[in-house]
Design a protein around this ligand. Structure first.
Ligand SMILES: Nc1nc2c(ncn2[C@@H]2O[C@H](COP(=O)(O)OP(=O)(O)OP(=O)(O)O)[C@@H](O)[C@H]2O)c(=O)[nH]1
Ligand SMILES: [Mg+2]
Length: 278
């Protein structure tokens, strides 16, 4: 686990004055939205590359299982944020507000996105990208989870985005991305649901940011059920694509989401990897 060094500390609280640190000094925040994922977390946390990370934050959406307790057991140093609102988009917005890192990585808690791929995303950011965008359909990527209906829907919506925004994305609705802290004001997430990845991708395009697609292999959700409803959420995605393209409102000045952070459970913030090796 990486700790901040005051001499190497080049981050300013303002994104305007932010200077991107070099790799040894960059602080990486991992944001994981969780809703009843207790059974999946033991398959996710051991795969986090703790040596590269500054903090891990779960943003919980009122789970009724032991998600928070399990997360704390697996990694006592975890930060736990409770969203006031509902939806994955709202959860990510809360996590982005709470993050203190220079780089933010977002991934899912259900075992479908592999935390061991995080270094691939970081490589792209240190090679000059503003936004490292996971893709299941770039060469080297794949999915054993996506259903035929979702594949067709994603392909169609992806095509609409490429046509309307002049992008060459290969995957639109995938929850695995990483980006520099100073990108946050340009994406300014202010949506509730599963349209969040689309909103981010189109705002990144509108801001003219440098995007690098990272091939990623999506595994099956291990336990539990998906919260995504393809038709309802597909329509929300389409509405987002059109609204962002034809509504000239700036993305700044969006209200901040409401959340609160729980106290740390333990003084011991050693990473799981250290605990396993002692
Ligand atoms: N905090 C919070 N997390 C959520 C919410 N809805 C979904 N999530 C989390 O967001 C991630 C993605 O949700 P999934 O239900 O797996 O959606 P999906 O990956 O599109 O669907 P599957 O591929 O079928 O699993 C998971 O980690 C969920 O626990 C919510 O309302 N609040
Ligand atoms: Mg999933």
């Amino acid at each position: 686990m990486k700790f901040s060094s005051s001499s190497a500390q080049v981050r300013s609280s303002s994104a305007d004055q932010f200077v991107r640190p070099t790799r040894p000094f960059a602080r990486v925040s991992v944001i994981i939205p969780t809703l009843n994922e207790a059974a999946n977390l033991p398959h996710v946390f051991p795969r986090l590359p703790y040596d590269e990370l500054f903090e891990v934050i779960i943003v919980d959406g009122h789970s009724t299982d032991d998600t928070i307790a399990v997360a704390r057991l697996l990694y006592p140093g975890i930060r736990v944020v409770l969203q006031d609102g509902v939806g994955k988009g709202d959860a990510l917005a809360c996590g982005f507000c709470a993050a203190r890192g220079d780089i933010i990585v977002m991934l899912d808690a259900d075992g479908s996105t592999d935390p061991a791929e995080i270094p691939d995303f970081l490589d792209r950011l240190f090679d000059g990208a503003d936004f490292a965008k996971g893709s299941r359909f770039a060469t080297g990527g794949g999915s054993v989870d996506i259903t035929p209906v979702r594949r067709v829907g994603n392909c169609f919506l992806n095509g609409v985005v490429n046509w309307l925004y002049g992008t060459s994305y290969t995957d639109l609705c995938y929850g695995y991305n990483a980006f520099w802290f100073d990108v946050l004001p340009k994406i300014n997430v202010n949506c509730a649901g599963f349209e969040v990845e689309t909103l981010m991708n189109v705002r990144v395009a509108k801001a003219g940011l440098v995007v690098s697609e990272v091939p990623s292999v999506e595994q099956k959700r291990i336990f539990g059920v998906s919260k995504l409803r393809p038709v309802r959420d597909g329509l929300r995605v389409l509405r987002t694509i059109l609204a962002e393209r034809f509504d000239g409102r700036p993305v700044t000045n969006c209200p901040k989401p409401k959340f609160r952070e729980m106290e740390r459970a333990a003084q011991d913030s050693r990473p799981l990897s250290a605990e396993l090796s002692t």
